[in-house]
Design a protein around this ligand. Structure first.
Ligand SMILES: Cc1ncc(COP(=O)(O)O)c(C=O)c1O
Length: 452
């Protein structure tokens, strides 16, 4: 049988890259610009990606905020290989394999307080939708089914499911996708450049913005509100650390009104802020905690939700042969993901990578702030091993300058950075050295100057 690839002329130069760019519709990518000047990656090791022509590209974003232990680490690779030979797949419903329990216990042990029950899925988006559904159902099984409203936050990113974009607050991710979930409201974003520019760590200004939740409660009444969801540090929108005291205030208001608090820790989980979870850094325990990305150090897709005991227990009622939560995915706790997850957690522990992240925090902040004064840099924010850099937009072309910086960085500086609007993000694997951090910001500065 003739396949479509056979019908297309093969690229004569190499077989290690796709020989036709038409078929693949790239996610969250300007497809036409990419296909005109593709950025291919064919191999990775530790802190570097490698291009088809053999260039080593310094990874400034841990892949996509996920390869926290670095790339192609031997123990993770070996664990995946072993598992693939042993157990390709076990049905996720009504049956289970032992590594799923082992990984759940290990993840729960990393989470603070009574966040002890782990529900697995395959991505951050699924984790968010899972958490929102658990929150709604939790109130339902307790006889408070009127609690249906969900509160997100402006500039929040919670993946791309309908639940996630409904509570999310990034306009381009929402505007073409209909009316979304009904009954959603949003807190204001916590960023204010006038009060917060060039802050290292959590800004002093802005805790009062949590009080907006009281206004929303007054408008809708607490009896209609199921949950509030926030990223403890908003990553995708450009690294916005929470103002000091903000999360504590949100927690207090949620407690006062019987509203569940959900932390979306898809980026902040597994060491990014110097702790297993941001919940620990901030001393605030949510009722549900979403994770993904770093749980396997990006090697196999996996996500999940950690619930407090009280949330789980609320469901454990009724006849024992009846399913308590009608929710799950074919690939929940996939054997390869569990194997990768266990190996990744071993690496984090054995190499002390969360502690390493904490030690690196002042170093990366210092290096990042060297960008102050570089043309078109409006703000630099640094928290944990994450940096957001706001650039001045080109007149009438929002996002173009940062996109050009990203292209320059990749092609001319051998550096991978992330771009979102006119904001650059830098958040390397936690194995990054101090010398590599310095290199990263020197390269970034050069790339920014090059497109000035
Ligand atoms: C906070 C947060 N939630 C959810 C997601 C979605 O994760 P995924 O792309 O794995 O669906 C992301 C992805 O960056 C994220 O940063």
């Amino acid at each position: 049988m003739e396949t479509s690839l056979q019908r297309k002329p093969a690229n004569p130069r190499t077989t290690s890259v796709p020989n036709d760019l038409d078929a693949f519709w790239l996610p969250f990518t300007p497809n036409r610009a990419f296909k005109r000047a593709p950025r291919f990656i064919t191999r990775a090791k530790d802190m570097h990606y490698f291009t088809p022509d053999g260039r080593a590209v310094l990874d400034g974003l841990a892949g996509l905020w996920c390869t926290n232990a670095g790339h192609n680490r031997d123990p993770i690779v070996a664990a995946i290989k072993r598992e693939a030979e042993e157990l390709d797949y076990a049905p996720a419903f009504q049956f289970a394999h032992p590594k799923s329990f082992e990984l759940a216990s290990r993840v729960a042990a990393l989470a603070p307080a009574d966040l002890n029950r782990v529900f697995f899925c395959n991505s951050g988006s699924e984790a968010v939708d899972t958490a929102l559904k658990i929150a709604l159902a939790y109130h339902g099984v307790r006889g408070e089914s009127a609690r249906t409203r969900l509160i997100g936050r402006e500039r929040g990113y919670h993946g791309v499911g309908f639940g996630g974009i409904s509570v999310g607050g990034i306009v381009n991710n929402r505007k073409l996708f209909g009316t979304l979930l009904a009954g959603v409201d949003h807190l204001p974003a916590t960023y204010n450049r006038e009060h917060q520019a060039f802050t290292k760590g959590e800004p002093e200004w802005g805790a009062h913005l949590a009080d907006e939740l009281e206004r929303i409660v007054a408008l809708h009444d607490a009896s209609t509100i199921a949950a509030v969801i926030v990223e403890p540090m908003a990553g995708s929108t450009g690294v916005l650390p929470p103002p000091k005291g903000y999360l504590q205030r949100l927690r207090a208001i949620c407690d006062k009104h019987g509203i569940l608090l959900i932390f979306d820790e898809v980026i902040t989980g597994f060491g990014r802020l110097g702790h297993a979870f941001a919940a620990e850094r901030y001393g605030v325990t949510p009722d549900l905690l979403c994770f993904a990305k770093g749980v396997t150090s990006g090697a196999v897709p996996m996500g999940g939700v950690i619930a407090r005991d009280s949330v789980y227990e609320a469901f454990m009622r009724g006849p024992e042969h009846v399913i308590e939560l009608f929710h799950g995915y074919t690939y929940s706790a996939h054997p390869l993901a569990c194997a990768a997850g266990l190996a990744a957690l071993d690496l984090y522990r054995d190499e002390g990578l969360f502690e390493r992240a904490k030690k690196l925090e002042p170093v990366i902040a210092e290096a990042a702030m060297t960008l102050k004064g570089v043309p078109n840099v409006l703000d630099v924010r640094a928290v944990g091993v994450a940096v957001g850099i706001d650039l001045a937009s080109r007149p009438g072309a929002v996002g173009k300058r940062a996109y050009e910086v990203m292209e320059r960085a990749f092609h001319d500086e051998d550096l991978l950075v992330r771009v979102s609007g006119d904001t650059l993000a830098i958040a390397p694997p936690l194995i990054v050295t101090e010398a590599q951090l310095a290199e990263m910001f020197e390269k970034t500065a050069r790339a920014i100057r090059a497109v000035a």
